[in-house]
Design a protein around this ligand. Structure first.
Ligand SMILES: [Zn+2]
Ligand SMILES: [Zn+2]
Length: 343
């Protein structure tokens, strides 16, 4: 079968690779009908996240179950399913606490041996371990484009506000309007936020956030701090860093009200400087880390089904799996928010 494999920084290739086979009794084989290219695939593409040459990449998918092991009961052959970007076992101590994102046996699709050697989703087929936990049936009538978001990007946007304990009537600031930030805008509004301030430097992305109902603020051309402080009497209840860098985290700390919450869902790496003294003085709750998408996926699917969450405007192009090298070049130039590949 054909698959998109990492070769070297800035080089992915379409290669012929062996079809996946059922191994453990909880495995399912999925024929991939659509897969997404994600911001975290770019870390691999640029050589910042180590993946072995020849490894299949990609971790967002919708497809059809082709085969299932004897322990798979929640989905069946022929079902249209979506997957979560990583898999969890549901029986380790982390999973038993509901912390699937920290599963002690967890593996992430398409990230090479450092995250569990699980071949990726930008391929004609994949094998999904513990399919009872990590696959869901796609609700009747839901498009591939929409379902594709449930197990990763929308799940992460949802986590950004849900994990922050956002409640109805809260004020929220979202810093960074990539797909995750824009999904966080929708999740905050769907959760009943009174006001959502959306901050970025890209006019197009600010316009999308505004069309969702947020108040757009240009990071450099407007007085973000001044405007938010004036509108909220001292800061927002929840400030989300959807970028994953020290600068937006520092801004989030300064935008949150006293005893408010800062939620960081971007992938931080290494060290960085943030105003810890200010965070201490303001008694902030800091919530950082990978999203617990498996814990959220059923709620997110329900909100997608009802239309209260709708990522359709984020899908900027559809391309063929064979066009993946060009799709990655386009995505790396930031000319697309979300590219969906189909075989
Ligand atoms: Zn992703
Ligand atoms: Zn586990």
């Amino acid at each position: 079968m054909r698959a998109v494999t990492f070769q070297a920084p800035e080089e992915v290739r379409i290669e012929e690779v062996p079809e996946p086979e059922l191994g453990a009794p909880g495995d399912a084989i999925v024929r991939v009908d659509a897969s997404g290219i994600c911001g975290s695939d770019l870390h691999i593409y640029r050589g910042r996240f180590p993946v072995e040459p020849g490894f299949t990449i990609g971790h967002e998918f919708v497809g059809t179950v082709l085969a299932a092991g004897p322990e798979v009961t929640r989905v069946a052959v022929g079902d249209r399913v979506l997957g979560t970007f990583h898999v969890a076992c549901a029986t380790c101590s982390s999973c038993l606490r509901g912390e699937y994102h920290r599963c002690r046996n967890g593996r992430t699709f398409g990230h090479g041996s450092s995250l569990g050697s699980l071949q990726g989703a930008q391929a004609e087929q994949l094998v999904c371990p513990w399919a009872n936990v990590n696959l869901r049936r796609v609700p009747e009538g839901m498009s591939d484009d929409v379902a594709l978001f449930a197990g990763d990007v929308m799940g992460t946007g949802y986590h950004a506000v849900a994990n922050a304990g956002m409640t109805e009537g809260d004020t929220v600031a979202i810093l960074g309007l990539g797909p995750v930030g824009l999904c966080a805008v929708q999740a905050a509004l769907a959760g009943g936020a009174a006001r959502v301030f959306a901050v970025d430097t890209v006019a197009e992305r600010l316009a999308i956030a505004e069309s969702f109902g947020a108040l757009p603020l240009h990071l450099t051309e407007s007085d973000v701090k001044g405007e938010i402080r004036a509108a909220t009497e001292g800061g927002v209840d929840v400030a989300v860093d959807a970028v994953g860098d020290p600068a937006p985290l520092a801004l989030a700390i300064s935008l949150a009200r006293d005893a408010g919450t800062v939620s960081g869902v971007g992938a931080y790496a290494g060290r960085g400087e943030v105003p810890l003294g200010l965070a201490w003085l303001k008694c902030l709750d800091l919530k950082l880390g990978l999203a617990n998408v498996i814990a959220h996926v059923d709620r997110v699917l329900g909100l997608l089904e009802s239309g209260r969450l709708d990522p359709t405007p984020l899908v900027s192009s559809h391309m063929k799996l064979d066009e993946a090298p060009e799709a990655y070049r386009i995505f790396a130039r930031r000319e697309a928010l979300k590219i969906v590949l189909s075989p």
